[in-house]
Write a protein that binds this ligand. Structure first.
Ligand code: CDP
Ligand code: MG
Length: 710
């Protein structure tokens, strides 16, 4: 099928032949052939992700369609695709490709495609039988990401109860679920008691030590970063040769830790300070999600002779990526996790203690090729009091809005009795339905509206999509497309560590805010996007203004892709068209209101605001906002997201007028939970809807208008 295009040098193939999985090649291919579902498990690093797709490919499955391999993390999808394309001696994007949100590196020739689970979910929307695929491999199932869990339920329904020959497939789809050695019985039982293939692997003992530097009260990142750096340097000077893997939680923290390590490592005198004299240097490498691919690949290279490699990583190195040669682990005990915060009613990325099972997984990374050591910087008390036994699956702790809309668009009406591997709490499903109803994506009967069908096409959060579609219907999408793109990439503002540079950056950023014309964070994003795009030398412009050029470059590409989706949808006959007479600034802000009216807050005492969604949370404007320090002049605002530290902060803020949301706000309180719960379960009759409407009219009359209530 595929032609080989300018082969890259093949990576050491001896290496892949000695992986534990290589002894089971024939049985594995046989098992995939014989079963519609197969669970494959084995220690991390045994070769599941990189080898199994190649075995299946070589066995000829690709003749019936692509082999799709999903990953919960985009970095994993990209790096593994790189690796496998090298092993197969082809250039990336041809026989072996990848696809992640806003970045498709696959072609007609692609036979093995690594992709994020979110991308496969979107493909199912367009092609419910996945006719392009012969085998779908759901990798890293133990991570229990929201999208992988949903894919498991969808594929279970599809494969176990195919709808009488109408699927458009000539051969049945094969589904392989791969997982580290956790919960495999549960997975097999869920998938109709399918066989479990265990790859036997050898691991070496890992000595675990609690350093006791972090107690139950230490959750401030400056504390654990400092301690992790200290432990790392101590072990570098006192332990025999072998590479180090340090677990921290996120980009800025990792960069800070690398700077500190670098500075301190400079001062080491290798003649006297280091006990193992074969060690004469420390190579410090960061590893996190939004890092450029080129830099990521360096992580896998062996260090020069005598040099100890030290990788400072997020949780990505726990199971998704295996780095050879690691003998020492430094575990901070923390991870960044998206959690639904019931206090503010929103999903919030927060730093939390890892679970005990996660800590064991981290420690295990030291014992892959020889005996190792794991240094836990926290105390035994922290382990016992602060760390849960297992990590709660994402489906049970985050907002389900986008996923529920996807399910509804796939014709799953009863979203409560959908086959979930672990059922989310009903209140989370109801909250998602409520949000979808509020932004007109579903109607009162729980059916997807025309608008909902348009919304599901965008890989964006529902509020932002709603605002974008409002703008498109008013013919002013040029205002919202760049904003949506800028909010989809990493933070664009560089905040340098050094004080002098920091002052310069702050000055330049303030200047950009002033030049944007109106004091509104969304306009600032739009203005930066336009200024940079208009510049002849955009990368130099970014450097001058302390803006991340890499982020801006992605934003340009994302904007183009969103524009393409929108263009396609606008060609549909009944794309909504509306009219508006007013200033550009008002038009812009009104579109934002259409999407973000659930995130409305009103000035309260002092510099605080109070949200209007029924939670009535007290929030502050984040210091990074253009509106910080101007609270006294504000009355009503909307915001894009929330950050919780000691206070609840709102970020990316825009001042609005009450009249613009007046008619939208009642919608936040319109549907009651009882009604949603019955809509979620069953089809609702016309009479019932009429009854609710009457009840509600009476309720509204009794309560008076929202305005009075305020
Ligand atoms: O999926 P599993 O954890 O079972 O193993 P894998 O990711 O397929 O890794 C098998 C081997 O390939 C390990 O020794 C990795 O170090 C190596 N590998 C690599 O060198 N570079 C990559 N980008 C990915 C894997
Ligand atoms: Mg793997």
């Amino acid at each position: 099928m595929a032609k080989r295009d300018k082969p890259c040098p093949t990576v050491d193939s001896w290496d892949s032949k000695t992986l534990p999985i290589s002894h089971h090649r024939k049985e594995l291919v046989q098992a995939v052939k014989a079963n519609p579902f197969l669970v494959v498990t084995g220690e991390t690093g045994s070769g599941k992700t990189t080898q199994l797709p190649q075995y299946i490919h070589k066995a000829g499955f690709w003749k019936d369609g692509m082999i799709g391999v999903t990953q919960p993390r985009r970095v994993a999808a990209i790096t593994v695709a790189h690796r496998v394309s090298q092993e197969m001696g082809c250039s990336l994007g041809r026989e072996v490709g990848y696809q992640v949100r806003f970045d498709d590196c696959s072609s007609q020739d692609t036979a093995i495609k690594y992709m994020t689970d979110g991308c496969l979910l979107r493909e199912i929307l367009a092609d419910p039988s996945l006719t392009k695929y012969s085998v779908v491999i759901l990798d890293e199932a133990h991570e229990r990401s929201l999208n992988t869990d949903i894919l498991l339920g969808l594929l279970k329904r599809r494969v176990l109860q195919p709808r009488g020959g109408s699927s458009g497939r000539s051969t049945p789809l094969k589904v392989v679920v791969m997982s580290a050695t956790l919960e495999t019985d549960k997975l097999s039982a869920f998938l109709g008691d399918c066989p479990v293939f265990t790859i036997p692997g050898r691991t070496f003992p890992v000595v675990e030590r609690f350093c006791g530097l972090i107690g139950p009260k230490d959750t401030d990142s400056t504390v654990y970063v400092k301690e992790a750096v200290k432990v790392t340097l101590d072990l570098h000077t006192s332990e025999p040769a072998g590479d180090i893997l340090v677990f921290l939680t996120g980009q800025s923290e990792i960069e800070k830790a690398c700077d500190m390590l670098y500075e301190k490592a400079e001062a080491i005198d290798y003649r006297y300070d280091v006990q193992d004299h074969s060690v004469d240097g420390l190579l410090i490498l960061p590893l996190y999600g939004s890092m450029p691919t080129e830099q990521q690949r360096q992580i896998f290279q062996p260090p020069p002779k005598g040099v100890r490699k030290c990788v400072v990583a997020t949780n990505i190195a726990a199971t998704s990526l295996t780095i050879d040669g690691i003998r020492y682990i430094v575990d901070s005990g923390f991870v960044k996790q998206l959690n639904h915060n019931s206090r503010v009613g929103l999903d919030i990325l927060e730093v939390v203690p890892i679970s005990k099972s996660e800590a064991q997984q981290r420690a295990g990374r030291a014992g892959r090729t020889s005996a190792g050591k794991c240094f836990r910087i926290y105390s035994k008390e922290f382990w016992e009091k602060c760390m849960p036994e297992y990590t709660v699956p994402e489906i049970q702790r985050t907002s389900l809005t986008a996923v529920i809309l996807t399910l509804k668009c796939l014709g799953v009406h009863d979203v409560i009795r959908f086959p979930y591997l672990d059922r989310p709490e009903e209140r989370f499903i109801l909250a998602a339905l409520k949000q979808l109803y509020q932004c007109d994506a579903i109607d009162r009967r729980g059916h997807v509206t025309k608008l909902g069908q348009l919304m599901v096409e965008f890989p964006l959060p529902p509020g932002l999509t709603r605002a974008l579609l409002k703008a498109a219907s008013l013919g002013c999408e040029d205002l919202l497309l760049p904003v949506a793109a800028m909010l989809s990439v990493e933070n664009i503002f560089i905040r340098p560590g050094q004080q002098e540079k920091q002052q310069d950056a702050e000055r330049k950023h303030r200047q950009l805010i002033a030049e944007a014309g109106s004091c509104n964070d969304f306009t600032v994003l739009l203005s930066i996007f336009e200024k940079c795009r208009a510049s002849d030398t955009p990368s130099a412009w970014c450097r001058d203004h302390w803006i991340h050029w890499r982020a801006l470059k992605s934003a340009f590409s994302v904007e183009t892709q969103l524009r393409e989706i929108l263009l396609r949808l606008k060609q549909q006959r009944d794309f909504p068209v509306e009219k508006f007479d007013g200033s550009r600034s008002e038009l812009f802000r009104r579109c934002l209101c259409a999407g973000y009216f659930a995130n409305v807050a009103r000035r309260s005492v002092g510099r605080t605001f109070c949200t209007m969604d029924g939670h009535g949370s007290v929030v502050h404007i984040h210091p990074s906002s253009a509106l910080f320090d101007q609270e006294a002049q504000l009355d009503w605002i909307i915001f894009h997201d929330v950050l919780v530290t000691s206070r609840v902060y709102v970020r990316t803020v825009c001042p609005i007028r009450y009249e613009w949301v007046k008619d939208l706000l009642p919608k936040l309180h319109e549907v009651d939970v009882y009604e949603l719960s019955s809509v979620a379960r069953e089809e609702v009759t016309d009479e019932e809807v009429a009854k609710w409407e009457a009840k509600e009219a009476a309720k509204r009359q009794a309560e008076g208008s929202v305005e009075d209530a305020l």
